[in-house]
Design a protein around this ligand. Structure first.
Ligand code: SF4
Length: 244
C-alpha cells in the first residue's frame, strides 16, 4: 500500500499517489452561527463530563437496542455502532455502513476502511488510537446516500457518542457527514480547508476515503486536510525506517 511513501515526502501529488487507489443529522435550529471571519461555530450548553466512558457508551448502545426507529433497519445485517479508543483525541465520522461494515458490525473495514487506516498511519497514529463512527448506524440499501429523515432519526446517538468521547478534533469524511454535522448545504470546496467549532471539539472536513478510491487525484488535498489536524494535535508523521 506504500504507507511510508505516503508520508515520507513533503505534500506532493506523488506522495498521495502512493496511497491505495482509495455525521449525525442536526436540524436547522442547531445550525452553527457564522462568526467573524467566516468561521462557523456551534453554540451549546456545557456538556456533561462522563467519568466512565465505556459505561456511558454501553448505555448509548443499550438505548439503541435492536433499533427500528427508521427504515434502514429493514436491510440491516449488523448495526454499526462505532469503534475505537474511548479517550481518542481524534474522531472520524463517515456517512454510513457499506456491505463489509454491515456484515462485520464495524465501521470502515472494507477497501475504504483500508485507505482510512493508511491515512491514520500517515498521521502517526494507529486505528486503535482514534474513534470511528458514521452518521447512520445501519446500511442504506445499495449504499445509497442516507435520507435526511434517517440521519435526523439516528443522529442523537452519534451526538451522545461525541459528547462522551469529547475528541479534540473531529474529521468529517465526505459531504454527507459534513452537511449533517454542520447543518449546512455547501460544496466540499467550500466546506474544506477551515476549522469549525463543534461542541467542545474542533471539526474539519475532508474527502471520504471511498471518494478518494474513485478519484485518487484528490489524495493530495485530503493529505492537506489531515495535516491541519496533525498540526492542531501536535502529531508528527512516523519516521522513515532506517535503511540499515
Ligand atoms: S439507522 Fe439508526 S435510527 Fe435507523 S434503524 Fe439504524 S440505528 Fe435505528
Amino acid at each position: 500500500m506504500g504507507i511510508y511513501d505516503f508520508y515520507r515526502r513533503d505534500v506532493t501529488e506523488e506522495a498521495m499517489a502512493e496511497m491505495p487507489t482509495a455525521g449525525a443529522a442536526v436540524t436547522a435550529d442547531t445550525a452553527p452561527p457564522v462568526a467573524a471571519g467566516g468561521e462557523k461555530t456551534r453554540s451549546s450548553a456545557p456538556l456533561p463530563v462522563s467519568q466512565d466512558k465505556p459505561a456511558a457508551l454501553k448505555l448509548i448502545r443499550e438505548d439503541i437496542g435492536d433499533c427500528t426507529r427508521c427504515r434502514l433497519h429493514k436491510g440491516r445485517t449488523k448495526l454499526v455502532f462505532g469503534v475505537g479508543n474511548v479517550n481518542a483525541e481524534l474522531m472520524f465520522i463517515g456517512e454510513g455502513p457499506g456491505a463489509d461494515e454491515d456484515a462485520q458490525g464495524e465501521p470502515f473495514v472494507g477497501r475504504a476502511g483500508q485507505l482510512l487506516n493508511n491515512m491514520i498511519s500517515a498521521m502517526g497514529l494507529k486505528r486503535e488510537d482514534v474513534y470511528i463512527a458514521n452518521v447512520v448506524k445501519c446500511r442504506p440499501p445499495g449504499n445509497r446516500t442516507p435520507e435526511k429523515d434517517e440521519c435526523d432519526t439516528c443522529s442523537p446517538f452519534l451526538m451522545r457518542q461525541i459528547e462522551v468521547i469529547r475528541p479534540k478534533v473531529i474529521v468529517a469524511l465526505g459531504a454527507v457527514a459534513a452537511k449533517n454535522l454542520l447543518a449546512v448545504n455547501d460544496s466540499m470546496a467550500n466546506l474544506r480547508g477551515r476549522w469549525y467549532d463543534f461542541k467542545d471539539s474542533k471539526l474539519l472536513v475532508t474527502y471520504h476515503p471511498a471518494y478518494l478510491l474513485r478519484d485518487p487525484r484528490q489524495k493530495k488535498e485530503a493529505w492537506k486536510d489531515l495535516q491541519m489536524a496533525m498540526k492542531y494535535l501536535g502529531l508528527e508523521p512516523p519516521k522513515k525506517p532506517s535503511a540499515e
